[in-house]
Design a protein around this ligand. Structure first.
Ligand code: ZN
Length: 237
């Protein structure tokens, strides 16, 4: 499967169809675990080449206890391929506007997009969030880039009490479903355990790769209000 993505440039969708229709692949729960997002998760799971990074994006790599199923090189090629297939939806849609309030004046938060042409001719879309200034026309809240905002949401998910994540149970069952699917792919038959870290990691995955509706659900169900001021978010009770 990894070879097909890396060398034959198969898309996640193609893998999905291949598993489902050509290989007639079945998970123990009657294929309920086989979804396109699971395929993407599976392809991006470090587990397969035998090492893992903890904490995520820290650059600290550990060697897993199991025998690697694929080489690091092949894994990296798959990541490149998956990344290049991931096409962000264009157009005026902002995931996080209705979730935050201005921390300085209490107005709502709005977003705007800017298109910048790069040297190679590609056009890059930048999204900025800031105060609507309804309550205070002179509000000095400023604007924050969506990428920086996402980073802060990720940090928030890492730091908050796991029970503050309102959709925790939903995420837990999703992760459980995925793990069962993963185990059936590997032919492992042990009890599936979902750790708090798995829940946090999946929540962060949703922030990055989820549909806007999933991102809004995740953040909208945090127990508290999200305030934005001077490029910083703050969760208040
Ligand atoms: Zn404001």
């Amino acid at each position: 499967m990894f070879e097909k993505v890396a060398y034959e440039k198969w898309s996640g969708k193609k893998i999905y169809h291949w598993l489902k229709f050509e290989m007639n692949f079945k998970t123990p729960n009657g294929n309920k675990g086989l979804t396109l997002s699971n395929i993407y998760l599976l392809l991006q799971n470090d587990f397969y080449y035998g090492s893992f990074e903890y904490p995520r994006k820290s650059g600290l790599w550990y060697k897993g206890a199991h025998e690697p199923l694929i080489t690091k090189e092949l894994f990296d090629q798959v990541q490149e391929q998956v990344k290049s297939q991931f096409v962000r939806s264009e157009g005026k849609e902002f995931a996080f506007t209705k979730l935050m309030t201005c921390g300085l004046c209490g107005s709502g938060i709005t977003a705007d997009e800017k298109f910048k042409k790069q040297k190679n001719g590609n056009v890059h879309r930048h999204v900025y969030y800031g105060c609507t200034k309804r309550r205070d026309p002179n509000c000095k809240c400023g604007y924050i880039n969506e990428i920086d905002l996402l980073k802060q949401f990720e940090d928030l998910i890492s730091e908050i009490d796991i029970d503050e994540i309102g959709v925790k149970e939903k995420i837990k069952s999703e992760v459980e479903r995925f793990k069962k699917f993963q185990q059936s792919m590997l032919g492992i038959k042990t009890k599936v355990e979902v750790a708090d870290l798995d829940i946090r990691n999946y929540a962060k995955y949703l922030l990055q790769e989820g549909a806007d509706v999933e991102k809004r659900e995740l953040l909208g169900c945090l127990k508290g209000n999200i305030l934005l001021s001077e490029k910083k978010i703050l969760l208040t009770k």
